[in-house]
Structure formats: structure tokens, C-alpha cells
Design a protein around this ligand. Structure first.
Ligand SMILES: [Fe+2]
Ligand SMILES: [Fe+2]
Length: 209
């Protein structure tokens, strides 16, 4: 017997739109989580764009293009979360992203920590709350973001290892971002379709250093 979460992930992977139920009173935790996720993703997007500029200044075009691609992926997540919030009849308050730019090594450590929090804590918690609230579009958008953040954490960890072993030149100079779910691929991992949502490669965003 598959769990509710497994069934929803299968439907999502097949590109099936999931209707939502529940009422506003029951969904207050998920509404707040959607807003927190929008702030987190928007801030991550702005931060990675700034980290890309810093990486280029330091002579690491491979790391710069990775930050540019992940900035776009976070932007896709923020867009998807906002669409769900809007579908639920709610609006996002204005806010200003806050972050610090340090050295590229410190920026990579910051990015790995941020992705780790999203993968290990934030999105699993948000998905559990959305399941309790029975707000299926929120489960879908959190699930898509969670899977993409896993790839980001791996890419950033690989980049940090390359920096520490002076082998940055061997990293990919080309990345692709799924326009529907934000899943992220290097030139080595990209395929004809997104394995998460089925979107065709023609619709991916393309980044080249
Ligand atoms: Fe990410
Ligand atoms: Fe996708």
C-alpha cells in the first residue's frame, strides 16, 4: 500500500494536476509556510546571483555559472509557491531579501548550509504540515522544490571540494534548469526530459560560462 505522499509524488511526476481541498481555517500553518518558503527562495535567488558575481571576480567561471543556474531554479520555486498562494486567495507581503556576500569559499559553505536546511528540515516539515492541512497544491510545490534542492546541495558540495583541491577547472561550465520545477542539471546529468516532472529539455533554461 502506497502512502498518500508516495501517491501524490507519482501523480506529480506524471504531470497530473492535483486539486486541493480544505478550508482557510485549517490551512493557517501551510499559508504561513508558503510565505516563509517564498521569502527563503527569493532571498536564495538574489543571494546566488550576487555569489555568481563574486565567483567571476575571483576567477571561477565554473562556480559562477552554477550560482547563476541555481539562482534561476530558486526563482522558479518562488514563482510556483506564489502561484499556490494566489490559488488559495492570499497575497504575499512586500519584503527585502537580506544576505551577505563573502569569499567564494564562504559563499559555497553558506549555500550548502542553506540547501541542507531546506532538504533536511524545512521542506519535509512543510510537506508534513501541508498533508495534515490537506492542501495538495502546497504538497506538490514543496515536493518539487525539495527534489531540486537536493541536486543543488550536491553541486555546491562538489564545487567546494573542487575549490579545496584546486580542480575547479574540471567542473562543468554548462547547466540546465527545468522551467516547470526548477530541477537542475549539469551537461553531464541532463537528459531529454526532467525526471521529476517530465518537462522536455527544449523548455529548460540554459546557462553557459
Ligand atoms: Fe536550492
Ligand atoms: Fe522538472
Amino acid at each position: 500500500m502506497k502512502t498518500r505522499r508516495e501517491v501524490l509524488l507519482m501523480l506529480l511526476a506524471a504531470g497530473i494536476v492535483i486539486p486541493f481541498g480544505g478550508c482557510k481555517e485549517k490551512g493557517i500553518v501551510t499559508y504561513n509556510n508558503l510565505k516563509a518558503a517564498i521569502i527563503g527562495e527569493t532571498t536564495a535567488s538574489a543571494k546566488y546571483t550576487a555569489f555568481a558575481i563574486k565567483a567571476r571576480e575571483e576567477g571561477y567561471p565554473q562556480i559562477a555559472v552554477l550560482f547563476d543556474a541555481t539562482a534561476k531554479a530558486e526563482n522558479v520555486h518562488a514563482r510556483n509557491h506564489k502561484a499556490v498562494l494566489s490559488q488559495l486567495g492570499l497575497k504575499m507581503e512586500l519584503f527585502t531579501p537580506k544576505f551577505e556576500v563573502k569569499s567564494t569559499r564562504e559563499n559555497l559553505l553558506n549555500a550548502i548550509k542553506g540547501e541542507g536546511y531546506e532538504v533536511d528540515t524545512m521542506y519535509p516539515d512543510f510537506m508534513n504540515a501541508a498533508m495534515k492541512d490537506r492542501i495538495d497544491p502546497a504538497i506538490s510545490t514543496f515536493s518539487m522544490a525539495l527534489h531540486a534542492e537536493m541536486t543543488h546541495k550536491k553541486f555546491f558540495t562538489t564545487a567546494l571540494q573542487a575549490l579545496d583541491t584546486k580542480s575547479v577547472a574540471q567542473l562543468s561550465l554548462e547547466y540546465f534548469v527545468c522551467s516547470k520545477c526548477g530541477n537542475t542539471f549539469s551537461s553531464e546529468t541532463v537528459g531529454a526530459r526532467c525526471p521529476l516532472c517530465g518537462t522536455h529539455r527544449e523548455k529548460f533554461f540554459h546557462f553557459k560560462g
